[in-house]
Design a protein around this ligand. Structure first.
Ligand SMILES: O=C(O)CCC(=O)C(=O)O
Ligand SMILES: [Fe+2]
Length: 367
């Protein structure tokens, strides 16, 4: 991307096309202590109060800077690198990390090791890149005392509290309000599809595991969705279109939202999967449409539950898994409470936590 000047007009050239940059766009971005707060980098002026007819009297390029005299008497030097970083319409930091599709053939992926100064470390940066690539990471050696999971979550960003509390204890209990709190197997599912918005990232921290079963399972919803789209385009279409009611009923709350099983971004790219067939209620549609919907859901469920896509592993005490609840499905195999205790703690964070941390680490390591 290059900045070019022709008769006091500023252009950007991306190698394919050259386009004029609106003078107001540049005027909004003026630099200097008079115009920007040093610490926060927030504007000390309100661009909505400026005269609309801003134009450029004179512009020149001086090394890394674009020097402009605007017609309202303001003169400023703009850092060319800084303004060029804004030319992309996407978030370049997060979107530049390519999702890596995986299935049951996924072999060793790097585990991360908790250590001193972890949250400001290069290890943390690598962890987040791996998280955005694969949709999950496992971190070893996390302290298990005093609900440390909450401190862990709050050191990346902020815990997303829900009606289950700041964190929840996953163990077999009497009168459970969710099947997670039993020793039954849990088929691959996404958590809390009934919330608006759905919690983005789930953390599960293993405190105790004295049972032979209770293996953790993961499926890459992104890989399955891509295969499903290629193999069953009609099924894919209906599951991206039909909004299903997801509902959770507890003593003091009824949570409910309407959303498709496969949600796409505006550009039709993958955004999110929701799958929890114990609490989805499709609205009453035409019989033929429902026929297609049920066939599609069945096929998708077969794929989510097949050995082709699922990985299985045992979380050991002090292991913490962080997974993308918009991309991955998780579950567990059954276990025997007679054998001993199995105890995990869970909580949620949202994407602003991981995105904010990643941008910050990129800044401090100057990547
Ligand atoms: O017990 C497990 O391993 C997972 C339980 C679960 O699905 C959850 O807590 O969301
Ligand atoms: Fe779950």
């Amino acid at each position: 991307m290059k900045i070019e000047l022709i008769e006091n007009k500023v252009y950007f050239n991306n190698g394919f096309e050259k386009k004029e940059i609106h003078p107001f766009w540049l005027r909004e971005r003026i630099d200097g202590d008079k115009y920007l707060d040093k610490g926060t980098q927030q504007r000390l002026f309100d661009p909505t109060f400026l005269n609309k007819s801003i134009s450029i009297n004179k512009a020149k390029i001086n090394d890394k800077y674009l020097e402009i005299d605007f017609n309202d008497g303001v003169n400023s030097k703009l850092d060319i690198n800084k303004i060029s970083s804004e030319f992309s319409k996407e978030d370049v930091v997060i979107k530049s990390i390519k999702k890596i599709k995986w299935d049951s053939s996924l072999k060793k992926i790097k585990n991360f090791e908790y250590q001193e100064n972890f949250f400001e470390s290069k290890e943390m940066y690598d962890l987040l890149v791996s998280f955005y690539s694969f949709g999950f990471v496992i971190i070893k050696n996390i302290p298990t005392s005093k609900n440390y999971i909450v401190e862990f979550a709050n050191s990346i960003g902020s815990v997303r509290r829900t009606n289950f509390g700041e964190y929840f204890d996953v163990k077999s209990k009497p009168n459970p309000n969710d099947l997670a709190y039993t020793s039954l197997a849990l088929a691959p599912h996404t958590d809390n599809p009934y919330r608006n918005p759905v919690p983005c990232i789930q953390l599960l921290h293993c405190i105790e595991s004295k049972v032979s079963g209770g293996l953790s399972t993961l499926v890459d919803g992104y890989t399955v969705t891509e295969d499903f789209k290629n193999q069953y385009p009609k099924f894919y279409k209906i599951l991206t279109e039909v909004k299903v009611r997801f509902k959770f009923i507890d003593k003091k709350v009824i949570l409910e939202t309407m959303a498709p099983l496969i949600e796409l971004n505006d550009d039709k790219s993958f955004k999110q999967v929701r799958f929890s067939p114990r609490l989805d209620y499709v609205p009453i549609l035409d019989k033929e449409e429902l026929d297609l919907y049920y066939n599609a859901r069945k096929k998708l469920s077969e794929m989510y539950n097949s050995n082709k896509y699922r990985i299985e592993f045992k979380l050991e005490p002090k292991d913490l898994i962080m997974m993308d609840n918009y991309r991955l499905l998780h579950g567990r195999t059954a276990y025997e409470t007679k054998e001993g205790e199995r105890f995990l703690q869970g909580c949620y964070i949202d994407y602003d936590s991981t995105e904010g941390k990643l941008r910050h680490l990129k800044r401090i390591f100057n990547f």
